[in-house]
Design a protein around this ligand. Structure first.
Ligand code: CS2
Ligand code: MG
Length: 403
């Protein structure tokens, strides 16, 4: 079997997505996601101009050699643009392999280790009362694990919160990034009270998560982790920026609140210390930004040795192709923890059809051959790319801060 053609499809059905389609001489094709939120065109060009010309004529079953060819062979390693592009190729190849063997992808990754995939959703409100209403709504939908984010008194635009009646979407369309505002002191004073109210309203069984979105120092994260201990979080996510992996040692010394990190990582070397020193509990680097299925298998197996479980990123900027692929992965690996599920809007759903589905708090990848996600290219053309950026964040005095 040979790859005879490759297409990069950039579209914006509700939000921007970059999708790779690899076509073989036997009529079987595979799809991969290459979306890097706010930097989409850089990945599209990296694929189109630099990688795809080297792929034509290759045997799609050689997933490992092709991965190494693009990783080692470029000389310039790592980085989100490079790794998202390589991920799209890798996932499309695994999709072709599974389709030509006529098996669901999970059968090639170890087979089913479980029957269903536990997912968490987002409940976000403008204040505590609104957040509790949102939690209630998601409990009624059957979710057993819920990420809680709320507006913070005195801060104009907290992370993860939409206006009343709107969907939360991290990237804003427009020619310049939106500027949000931050105060660590107000956040730290508010958050334990929010979780106290949520526990009071819903009891101890609901799994609760929270994303600090890279905004604390290790000692601030340690204080937060300690103060949240009575509310028994499933995890505290991205408490600090993680370029300094040893920073997590300090958090770990002070709190037993479980820690998750890694949605912005793109290499096993971004987290090898976090894993081997057991400084985290969940690793969030997912398939599209981590270079694809091939390296993520290695990462998951390394993590398994150190009691670290997976908790893959699953916001709406990860396309249905990544969602479908991740669900096969989640079903197969032994040290799966939880999967983020932020449902796509109707326009995205109309362009990407998929075999995966949600039922009673769990997701299922579906049993069709491959990863089970497809794209309607004609419809995709009706939604051309629109410039969009993630926000930038400033402290109240104007200092540029982590978003
Ligand atoms: C997030 C995302 O889902 C998450 O945990 O942190 O909202 C993230 O900000 C976006 O995916 C960025 O593209
Ligand atoms: Mg996050």
């Amino acid at each position: 079997m040979k790859i005879i053609d490759a297409k990069v499809i950039v579209c914006s059905p509700g939000r921007n997505f970059v999708t790779l389609k690899l076509i073989t001489d036997q009529g079987i094709y595979g799809l991969g996601d290459a979306t890097l939120n706010g930097r989409e065109l850089a990945v599209a060009s990296y694929l189109q101009d630099h990688l795809l010309p080297c792929l034509i004529g290759r045997d799609p079953f050689q997933t490992e050699d092709i991965w190494q060819y693009f990783y080692k062979g470029s000389y310039w390693r790592r980085g989100p643009v490079t790794m998202s592009a390589i991920a799209a190729i890798d996932v499309a190849l695994w999709d072709i392999k599974a389709k030509s063997l006529n098996v669901p992808l999970y059968q090639l990754l170890g087979g089913k280790s479980r029957e269903k995939v536990l997912v968490y959703c987002h409940a976000n409100g403008t204040d505590t009362a609104h957040t509790i209403e949102e939690v209630q709504k998601h409990v009624e939908m059957g979710y057993q694990a819920i990420r809680i984010q709320s507006g913070i008194p005195g801060i104009r635009s907290a992370y993860g919160v939409a206006g009343k009646g709107e969907r939360y979407e991290p990237a804003g369309r427009g020619l310049l990034p939106k500027v949000t505002e931050w105060s660590t002191e107000k956040y730290l004073n508010f958050l334990p009270g929010l979780f106290a109210e949520v526990r009071k309203a819903f009891g101890d069984d609901l799994l609760l998560l929270h994303d600090a979105h890279h905004r604390l120092t290790p000692i601030e994260a340690a204080r937060l982790g300690k103060e949240l201990e009575p509310f028994k979080l499933f995890w505290l996510e991205d408490a600090v920026t993680a370029e300094l992996q040893e920073g997590f040692r300090l958090i770990r010394k002070h709190t037993v609140t479980p820690l998750a990190v890694g949605e912005v990582f793109n290499s096993i070397y971004d987290c090898q210390q976090l894993i081997t020193e057991q400084l985290i509990d969940y690793i969030r680097m997912t398939i599209v930004h981590g270079g694809g299925i091939s390296p993520l298998l290695k990462l998951a197996h390394l993590a398994e040795l150190y009691h670290v479980r997976t908790g893959f990123h699953g916001a709406t900027d990860l396309s249905p192709v990544t969602m479908g692929t991740a669900l096969h992965f989640d079903l197969a690996i032994h040290n799966f923890g939880i999967q983020e599920h932020m449902p796509h809007d109707e326009t995205t759903e109309s362009v990407f059809s998929h075999a995966y589905y949600f039922e009673d708090g769990f997701m299922y990848p579906g049993d069709v051959a491959g990863h089970g996600v497809d794209i309607d290219e004609n419809l995709a053309e009706k939604y051309p790319y629109q410039p969009a950026y993630l926000p930038v964040n400033r402290k109240e005095d104007g200092t540029l801060f982590n978003w």
